[in-house]
Design a protein around this ligand. Structure first.
Ligand SMILES: [Zn+2]
Ligand SMILES: [Zn+2]
Ligand SMILES: [Zn+2]
Ligand SMILES: [Zn+2]
Ligand SMILES: [Zn+2]
Length: 382
């Protein structure tokens, strides 16, 4: 990175863009500078704050407009710098022309990357919780003349049931208002939401979408990534796979057995048993295995848990087993073989009290691309 680029970056840091129709989820408070006593209201004077840290402390925060909760981000580092100097943690760069050192706070630092990810996830979950509980949602239907009033879930169900317009499982969606805005603006530009072709009038567009079964989102368009909560749980996982898993909310798979879908089915994920090394490509086969081999019925055990509690339960069990620890009584063993003996001998293929695993830390998967997480909704009741 050269000096010019950083100068440009500094200038382009506009005010945080807040989503419309958003309840006030971020505290409107003053934030103390990372390194001195100066305070700033980040919602009003972000550029001033950025100029301050640049001029006074030689700090550049990369991609600052995309930090979900800048106040908490700053507070985190401010606490950190109480005990450790900035030189010890943050990489610095020197510009030849001035010989001045600048500290670059960016994703390149693992701790910074994880913090940004955590803040983004927390923020998305907060918004999602608000959207789920809010019953005062009012909006015209995208397809008919209905003025819908109630919950966002009800609105999405109307689109799905009445018009076969599939935006995904309501449980997996976040920033629903903007998602609908995006779809609405595409359709008013007479653009198909699936193949993104543009048509001459609304009637032709509607006929095309109906006949071609294009009443779903284009999976290649990354513009939609942010509306799927699973993308926040593990950023590497593409939401294409999630759409595939949402098929029961969508038009039948047979109807879509065309080229776009066939390659998704080719590389099927391996799903690993929660308790041993057994692997399957079908979530229901692995559930049968767990029941037969470990006396663990995933459907019975999780029947009162919501989607996120299930995610946390899986991440919790994975972590315990990974550390050779019993997921039920927490006893730790030297080897996996010893743990297995214990689990079988004591019949501890069970889950602990909800409060043990219903913790924010277990939003984070133990393994990358843990297919079990993305197939939870596909588990069939037995
Ligand atoms: Zn300062
Ligand atoms: Zn309608
Ligand atoms: Zn189309
Ligand atoms: Zn097993
Ligand atoms: Zn045990």
């Amino acid at each position: 990175m050269d000096f010019m680029k950083s100068e440009r970056a500094k200038e382009s840091f506009g005010p945080l863009i807040f989503e419309e129709n958003r309840c006030d989820l971020l505290q409107n408070v003053d934030t103390r500078c990372l390194l001195c006593e100066d305070e700033f209201n980040l919602q009003i004077s972000l550029p001033m704050f950025l100029a301050h840290i640049f001029d006074v402390h030689n700090i550049v925060i990369e991609d600052v407009q995309n930090i979900a909760n800048l106040h908490d981000y700053i507070r985190y580092w401010q606490q950190k710098f109480k005990n450790t100097t900035i030189e010890q943690i943050i990489p610095s760069i020197t510009f030849d022309s001035t010989n001045q050192k600048y500290f670059l706070m960016s994703n390149l630092l693992k701790e910074d990357k994880e913090l940004r990810h955590k803040l983004k996830l927390e923020y998305a979950l907060k918004v999602q919780e608000y959207e789920r509980n809010d019953k005062s949602f009012i909006r015209f239907c995208l397809m008919c003349k209905l003025c819908y009033e109630g919950s966002r879930q009800g609105y999405l169900e109307h689109l799905s049931v009445q018009h076969n317009l599939q935006l995904g499982n309501p449980q997996n969606l976040v920033f629903v208002d903007e998602l609908i805005n995006t779809i609405e603006s595409k359709m008013s530009n007479l653009q198909c939401i699936y193949c993104e072709r543009i048509f001459t009038d609304r009637h032709v567009l509607k006929e095309h979408m109906r006949k071609k079964l294009h009443k779903r989102i284009n999976p290649e368009n990354e513009e939609y990534d942010r509306f799927y909560i699973v993308n926040y749980l593990e950023p590497n996982k593409s939401w294409k796979t999630i759409l595939k898993e949402d098929d029961r909310y969508a038009i039948s798979r047979e109807a879509n057995a065309d080229e776009e879908y066939s390659d998704w089915n080719e590389k099927e994920d391996q799903i690993i048993c929660l308790f041993c090394k057994a692997k399957e490509t079908d979530i229901n086969v692995i559930c049968l295995h767990m029941e037969a081999e470990h006396g663990f019925s995933f459907t019975d055990i999780t029947k009162d848990l919501d989607f996120f509690q299930k995610v946390k339960l899986i991440n919790y069990i994975r972590k315990q087993i990974h550390e050779n620890r019993c997921s039920y009584c927490q006893l730790k063993f030297e080897t996996f073989v010893d743990l297995e003996k214990h689990l079988t001998g004591e019949n501890h293929y069970k889950i602990p009290h909800l409060k043990t695993f219903d913790q924010p830390e277990f939003y984070f998967p133990t393994y990358e691309n843990d297919a079990f997480l993305y197939l939870i909704d596909d588990v069939e009741d037995n």
